[in-house]
Design a protein around this ligand. Structure first.
Ligand code: ZN
Length: 236
């Protein structure tokens, strides 16, 4: 019976690794992973790097390939400062609106080619949109798909204080936090989103929580615990 239960467990785990999404990590250590999507941004990413350095915090950047191609020096700065990089697609489409493996593959591979992933194969779906087929495509492309457990909707206008409160209330050991060092615009005529309120909110969070938690990259968090997988199917 024990062997059967163990086999069942292993089987269940591997199925999770194929079709489910990592949303947080079960860990006994006081570790938290901050993640920043949609960059790199020539103005806001360097400001964010300075802020993280002040608190000796490490983070993970899910970059858009198209943007990374424009600002390779910012990508390099992120790497030089010991942060991790993940794939957030080439042009930030909703993956549920793409239909074929070929389309998903182009988005993922093209991004991969401009990022220095250093063997790290972490993917975050644009807008968090995903269906079973696109999730399976990522498995075949040998990526771990990472969602999040904490968000402050930093794309919605709010004061830094409000944003910081939301984050502080939700963050616990093993949390994966969704933030943005840029907000992807499909057309350059769309207004730029100011990231200053997010940066101010993050300063409050780091001030408040740095004694209690260590902010680490996703690979470090994953090494120090067991990933929690969730069935993550989201559409627009
Ligand atoms: Zn995004």
């Amino acid at each position: 019976m024990k062997t059967k239960a163990a086999l069942r467990y292993i089987r269940k785990r591997s199925i999770s690794q194929v079709i489910d999404t990592i949303t947080q990590v079960r860990t006994g250590e006081p570790l938290v992973a901050l993640t920043f999507d949609d960059g790199p941004h020539p103005q806001f990413t360097p400001l964010l790097l300075d802020l993280l350095a002040q608190y000796e915090a490490k983070a993970t950047f899910f970059m858009v390939g198209k943007e990374a191609e424009k600002y390779p020096e910012v990508v390099q700065q992120v790497i030089n400062q010991g942060h991790a990089i993940g794939n957030h697609s080439w042009s930030h489409p909703s993956f549920v609106e793409l239909r074929s493996l070929a389309e998903w593959k182009v988005e993922v591979r093209q991004c991969e080619q401009v990022l220095n992933l250093n063997g790290l194969r972490l993917f975050r779906p644009p807008y968090g949109h995903q269906n079973m087929k696109s999730r399976l495509a990522l498995f075949f492309l040998r990526y771990k798909v990472v969602g999040w457990s904490v968000e402050a909707q930093d794309w919605v206008a709010q004061t830094p204080g409000e944003m910081a409160d939301r984050l502080i209330q939700q963050i616990k050991s093993g949390s994966i936090v969704l933030l943005h060092d840029a907000i992807y615009r499909s057309r350059m005529t769309e207004p730029q989103y100011d990231r200053q309120p997010m940066l101010e909110a993050l300063k409050i969070v780091l001030d408040t929580l740095s004694q209690q938690y260590r902010f680490v990259t996703l690979p470090t968090l994953l090494k120090n615990g067991r990933p929690v997988y969730k069935n993550w199917q989201r559409q627009a």
